[in-house]
Write a protein that binds this ligand. Structure first.
Ligand SMILES: [Zn+2]
Length: 57
C-alpha cells in the first residue's frame, strides 16, 4: 500500500532544513519547491514508506 501525502503533511527541505508544507496533491516522484530557498526537490519514499525530500537539480 502506497502512502499518500495528506494535506498539512510537513517534510523537511534537505538544503535549508525548513519545513515544507504539502498541499495534499503531491505523489512520489513529483517535484516540489522549497518555500524558503526555492530549490527544486523531488518527493521520495524509503523502503519503510517514509516520505522525504531530496534535492533535484
Ligand atoms: Zn530549502
Amino acid at each position: 500500500m502506497v502512502k499518500k501525502i495528506s494535506i498539512g503533511d510537513i517534510l523537511e527541505c534537505p538544503l535549508c532544513a525548513v519545513e515544507v508544507p504539502m498541499s495534499g496533491d503531491e505523489e512520489v516522484g513529483d517535484q516540489v519547491f522549497c518555500t524558503y530557498c526555492q530549490s527544486p526537490l523531488q518527493l521520495k519514499k524509503t523502503k519503510t514508506d517514509e516520505l522525504y525530500l531530496e534535492e533535484d537539480f
